[in-house]
Structure formats: C-alpha cells, structure tokens
Design a protein. Structure first.
Length: 112
C-alpha cells in the first residue's frame, strides 16, 4: 500500500525526483535533504509503513537491512552509523519507516 500524502512514498515511487543512491524492487535509498554528516542517506521500503511498529513482514525487514548494507557497500563506506528512529520522542519526523546511513565524520555514543 502507498499513502498518497506521504513524502517518502512519493520519493520511493518516483513521483518526486531525487538523486537515487541504490534501489531494488522493494527498497530505495536516496540522499537526505538536510544532511547531518558528509554522507547521509535514507533507506526506505517502496511500500508504506509508518514505522517498525507497523511492519510485520520479516522478509521486508530483511530486505531493508540488506538495502542498508548494499547501499553502504555501493558508497564504499567502511564505518558508518545506522539509525532507525521510532516515534516522535525518539526523533522520528517522517512517518514512513527509514534507516539513516551516516558517515564521513566521527560519531559519539550515546547519541543525543
Ligand atoms: P527522522 O527524523 O524521521 O528520523 O528523519 C527524517 C529525515 O528525512 C530527516 O533527516 C530529513 O532531513 C529528511 N527529509 C525530510 N523530508 C525530506 C525530503 O523531502 N527529501 C529528502 N531527501 N529528505 C527529507
Ligand atoms: Zn509512505
């Protein structure tokens, strides 16, 4: 299912043009519009799920993580931070599940 009001549905399905980084039939990776690191890419399913809480398809869960791995591999990254924000107080602002891949600088732990 797509959500016609969802910005990441529009991006993942080509309705809003962005610079693609990696994709297959189920997963799309593209550059974050407001990068917080020299490399900042988002990895989303082409189908709409608001967050991990709504996603029960284990195969798609695996596809997403594989998308993270293959995107990082395509970018030639050795070290990178992967983030999955779930819910407003965890920092989620776009309610279409997405992994962040960030790289190109040092990261601190714990994150803010
Ligand atoms: P969240 O805060 O939900 O974990 O992450 C949402 C991310 O989506 C933010 O890093 C924000 O910069 C990015 N973002 C929001 N709207 C757009 C957009 O229209 N295009 C792109 N490329 N990134 C977006
Ligand atoms: Zn969506």
């Amino acid at each position: 299912m797509k959500d016609k009001n969802c910005i990441f549905c529009k991006i993942a399905n080509g309705d809003i043009p962005v610079e693609p980084v990696w994709e297959n039939d189920k997963v799309f990776a593209f550059k974050d519009a407001n990068p917080q690191a020299p490399v900042h890419v988002l990895v989303v399913p082409k189908e709409h799920y608001a967050s991990i809480k709504e996603l029960d398809d284990k195969e798609l869960m695996g596809e997403l993580l594989n998308g993270v791995k293959l995107t990082a591999q395509k970018l030639g990254l050795s070290d990178y931070r992967t983030i999955l924000n779930t819910g407003e107080s965890a920092g989620q602002t776009v309610f279409h599940i997405h992994f962040h891949i960030m790289a190109g600088r040092d990261f601190t732990w714990p994150p803010g």
